[in-house]
Design a protein around this ligand. Sequence first.
Ligand SMILES: NC(=O)C1=CN([C@@H]2O[C@H](COP(=O)(O)OP(=O)(O)OC[C@H]3O[C@@H](n4cnc5c(N)ncnc54)[C@H](OP(=O)(O)O)[C@@H]3O)[C@@H](O)[C@H]2O)C=CC1
Ligand SMILES: O=C(O)[C@@H]1CCC=N1
Length: 271
Amino acid sequence: MDNYTLTILGCGTMGTAMLLSIMKATFQPYPAKFICCTGDKESAEALQKRFGDKIEASYGESNISAVKRADVIILGLKPYICESVLEYVKSGLNGHQVIISLLAGWSIERLSKYSSCIARVMTNTPAKFGHGMAIVSFSKEAQKYEDLVMNMIGTVGKALKLPEKHMDAATSLVGSGPAFCLLMLQAMAEGAVQMGIPYDIAKDCAAKVMEGTAKMVMETGEHPEALKAEVCTPGGTTIAGLLVMEDRGVRGGISRGVEKAAEVAALLGKK
Ligand SMILES: NC(=O)C1=CN([C@@H]2O[C@H](COP(=O)(O)OP(=O)(O)OC[C@H]3O[C@@H](n4cnc5c(N)ncnc54)[C@H](OP(=O)(O)O)[C@@H]3O)[C@@H](O)[C@H]2O)C=CC1
Ligand SMILES: O=C(O)[C@@H]1CCC=N1
């Protein structure tokens, strides 16, 4: 596919995160044109002002033509309005455009009504800064575009392929994951604030501890339990803190929370 037009249908938080990642990157084949669709005039104007002549912003009726001109469509709509928006722009769909869906809950089968070429993606907000994670599944027909999609989606940070059966779990772990990590970050910072450390310093310390720990896991490839054991001096501070956290059910609470979010993801596509 050369000289192609990429239309982002629903260019909000995640659509814009994808746009920013793609714009910062160089991969081949690179889109020749970007069209960004929103629901209302104000958000289209804000996008046009922000990205200038690098994009064409669209809203309302012109979204039908934006879809018609697209070779590749990134779907960044909320799950509950996706059906009505796709029905509205349906005359612009030719059944063969590559649809890259960022939606939680919507299966490849459900999207197949609009194109045979579907890539289902679950990514997250750190994509805005090039530190995102993405999980990607393909419909059979879309497999011929695998390189293009993986190169494009890989611009968020890191992208891996998984069978679609894991997508609800990925929605929780990857998509909701930043919120789960932020809860822990905020809780750690507040523990320090309680002992008198100013909040801004406590927050920076907690964020750097999380960043450093994540890098240590990725760079060493070691099991987190082994790395955790290295921190625990016998009779020391760490094991004392960890035992209180275990008594309060922190570990099970987080694991069950990840499981619950996946259950909700499975329901979202059915609404
Ligand atoms: N937020 C997150 O962290 C994550 C979200 N997701 C998934 O990404 C998807 C998008 O979520 P998010 O980016 O947060 O949502 P946003 O509300 O930020 O973005 C939705 C976009 O859709 C546009 N839109 C609304 N109505 C229409 C319409 N009729 N025609 C065209 N565009 C329209 C909105 O425009 P306007 O502003 O004018 O209303 C907005 O640009 C969801 O399906 C979600 O499940 C996945 C992973 C993480
Ligand atoms: O909360 C949600 O439903 C979306 C999907 C993953 C992250 N945010």
